[in-house]
Design a protein around this ligand. Structure first.
Ligand code: SAJ
Length: 423
């Protein structure tokens, strides 16, 4: 089978490589010449465990080539970004998907399959993509098979989850679903779940929305705890011992290109109905501001001004800064007068410093915004160069805090306020 993937990003590249690893002839297409050149020189352009090794393997087998243009194939997979529109509800911007399909259509031949992997708003496969294929004279379900197969992989575990997660195969007709099953059956060892394209679209969006809403609940609990002087983290630990309760982990906000983006795609299609989803988005997107306020309170209490930000990526052990709450917090703090901030992230090149000692030197507070493994135990020799050994761990990820004199979390921040009131 010859498979052509359009988009060689966080999803398209691992997917292309996985098909190639399983013996398929794969052509990866991307409009970014630098990415194409890097891949053809044997280098991946994103940080993802085992991806570099996997690329080397498929290059050895000569199963994957990268290029700028589309060419004929049996299967076309679209894995391009779908950002938010800049409109009232931040709906799904389909520009890249539509462009990709436009580029593919001239190469389509009867018997081909078109798969949309990009996350799209509900009804897009049937209402937008299908008409584009029909306009070229094909009958969908007879000549061309059209499927929406959303990915569900977790950054950091992509190559494993691509193979072992259950996968939804949403065909526009039953014949389309059957084709989709055959194609993903090449490597998926999880269950292949048959669905209508529109059900698959909304299911994908609801999976991330479920998580976003639950994280919002945890973040709201933090604010309730701060007001009532009750440790929210303790409450979560306790409540989660109930067999049917799973309160998520609070944090400095929700980032990444999924949870902070996908819920709006639903909202834009049904704004009157999606009230809870909108409220949860608001709670999570206000968390960076809440954290900034706590940081200012802590600084005031300790009469300090220098902040060392540890972590810029949107979550631990990856280099992805898309929609990262850490970046928003850093920017908000940076814009304030009388405050000095420096950033450090061992996974991100854009940080101000590349050593822990350097970022902590003479600083008043170590502010952890990303739960990288490197931050779980901050070595004493790095902490001792701080002016004041104050830690604010918004991720609750530090396991050993012996080198610090004060250790704040999202569970005990009310202590700062109470101390101020007592003065
Ligand atoms: N976060 C919290 N508290 C939590 C869990 C996460 O604050 O209890 C934060 C993280 O720190 C991060 C954000 O939420 O800032 C999102 O992280 P994540 O690990 O929940 O999700 P993503 O965006 O990296 O990946 C998600 C996954 N979806 C689900 O788990 C339902 C993944 O399976 C999807 O494939 C991916 O979105 C996607 O592409 O849609």
């Amino acid at each position: 089978m010859k498979i052509l993937t359009v988009g060689l990003g966080y999803i398209g590249l691992p997917t292309a490589i996985t098909f190639a690893l399983h013996g398929q002839e794969v052509v990866g297409v991307d409009k970014n010449q630098h990415v194409v050149e890097m891949l053809n020189n044997g280098k991946v352009h994103i940080e993802e465990p085992l991806l570099q090794e996997a690329l080397q393997e498929v290059r050895k087998q000569q199963n994957l080539k990268a290029q700028l243009n589309v060419e004929p194939a049996d299967v076309f997979i679209v894995a391009v970004p779908t950002p938010n529109c800049e409109d009232e509800y931040k709906g799904c911007d389909l520009t890249y998907v539509v462009d990709a399909v436009k580029n593919i259509v001239p190469y389509l031949q009867a018997g081909n399959t078109v798969i949309i992997e990009s996350t799209i708003s509900p009804r897009t496969t049937e209402d937008v993509v299908k008409p584009m294929i029909e306009k070229a004279g094909f009958e969908v379900g007879e000549d061309i098979f059209l499927v929406h197969c959303p990915e569900r992989v977790l950054p950091g575990k992509v190559l494993y989850e691509l193979v072992f997660n259950n996968r939804i195969i949403g065909g526009v007709t039953p014949a389309c679903t059957k084709k989709g099953r055959e194609i993903y059956g090449v490597f998926v060892q999880g269950e292949l779940i048959e669905a209508k394209a529109s059900t698959a679209e909304l299911s994908k969006l609801m999976e991330n929305t479920y998580r976003d809403v639950n994280i919002a609940l945890a973040n709201e609990l933090v604010q309730i705890g701060a007001k009532l002087d009750i440790d929210a983290l303790e409450v979560i630990r306790m409540a989660n011992q109930h067999p049917r309760v799973n309160i998520h982990q609070p944090g400095p906000g929700v980032g990444g290109h999924c949870l902070a983006v996908d819920p709006y795609f639903i909202v834009a299609k049904a704004p009157e109905e999606a009230q809870l989803i909108q409220r949860a988005r608001k709670v999570n997107s206000q968390m960076p501001h809440f954290v900034v306020e706590q940081v200012l309170d802590i600084l005031e209490k300790h009469d300090g001004k220098t902040i060392s930000i540890l972590g810029l990526a949107y979550k631990g052990n990856i280099d992805d800064m898309r929609e990262s709450p850490a970046v928003s917090i850093a920017n908000q703090l940076r814009s304030m007068s009388g405050i000095e901030i420096r950033t450090y992230d061992p996974h991100v090149k854009e940080a101000d410093t590349d050593s822990l000692e350097e970022v902590l030197q003479d600083s008043d507070i170590a502010l952890i915004l990303t739960d990288h493994d490197e931050f779980k135990e901050l070595p004493e020799n790095a902490v001792k160069v701080m002016k004041q050994r104050v830690l604010f761990d918004t991720r609750n990820c530090v396991v050993s805090d012996a080198s610090f004199e004060e250790h704040y979390t999202l569970g005990n921040i009310s202590a700062v306020k109470n101390a101020e009131q007592a003065l």
